[in-house]
Design a protein around this ligand. Structure first.
Ligand SMILES: [Fe+2]
Ligand SMILES: [Fe+2]
Length: 219
């Protein structure tokens, strides 16, 4: 299959999955407090840090110029998102001097993605799939913040973070369209995308069950 057709198929597959998820989402807050936003923002910092570190880990062993460019862009952007979310938390009154976003270790999603060795798998799982998830989840988070009256956190996501996550997905898509050219590479890319979606969804479900909070924003 032509690589552009192949990638368009992957995008459709993700959109179908996200449409099902959208119907199941409940963004009603049980207690309706800012503590919930603070908890979610701290977890978002973990996601941003993992995304930056993952792209940095892959960078030296990903030879293709365009893939390197995508990863390097992510290293900087995700770290900046981490920083901006921290600033917002401080504005909300949080003291982050002893905060360690990785105190509970890396997530299973990071550990899975870190094991990916080929460029098409890394790009399919990382910028292409994870950033598509980010677009959907962050929009839900923006709506949630607005429903609680936190328009400043909503603005940070809507105007700064979200457009960059969308851009990461777009860059990932272009790299895949260029490099996922054989049936073997397409199979690897498809598996990395599906595993990423499945693990991210498991983590989300577990998070919601244990905390009662709505889906957390991700990088
Ligand atoms: Fe991103
Ligand atoms: Fe990010």
């Amino acid at each position: 299959m032509d690589s552009k057709q192949f990638v368009a198929g992957l995008v459709e597959e993700m959109q179908r999955l996200f449409a099902d998820l959208g119907e199941m989402e409940t963004l009603e807050s049980e207690s309706g407090g800012q503590m919930e936003i603070i908890t979610l923002l701290k977890l978002a910092m973990t996601s941003e840090l993992e995304a930056s570190e993952l792209a940095a880990h892959w960078l030296p062993t990903t030879p293709e110029h365009d893939a390197k460019l995508t990863l390097a862009q992510q290293v900087g952007d995700e770290m900046r998102h981490y920083h901006l979310i921290g600033l917002r938390l401080e504005e909300l009154g949080e003291d982050l001097s002893d905060f360690d976003a990785l105190a509970e270790g890396y997530t299973p999603l990071y550990q899975y993605q870190r094991s990916l060795t080929t460029t098409v798998e890394r790009i399919a799982g990382g910028p292409f799939a994870s950033e598509a998830i980010a677009e959907v989840r962050n929009q839900q988070f923006i709506d949630y913040c607005e429903s609680l009256g936190d328009s400043e956190t909503a603005r940070l996501y809507r105007e700064v973070i979200q457009p960059e996550e969308v851009h990461h997905h777009k860059m990932g898509r272009e790299v895949l369209e260029k490099h996922a050219t054989t049936p073997e590479l397409q199979q690897l890319a498809g598996e990395a995308m599906r595993n990423t979606l499945a693990i991210a969804d498991e983590l989300r479900t577990l998070f919601e069950k244990t905390t009662g909070l709505p889906a957390l924003p991700v990088s």
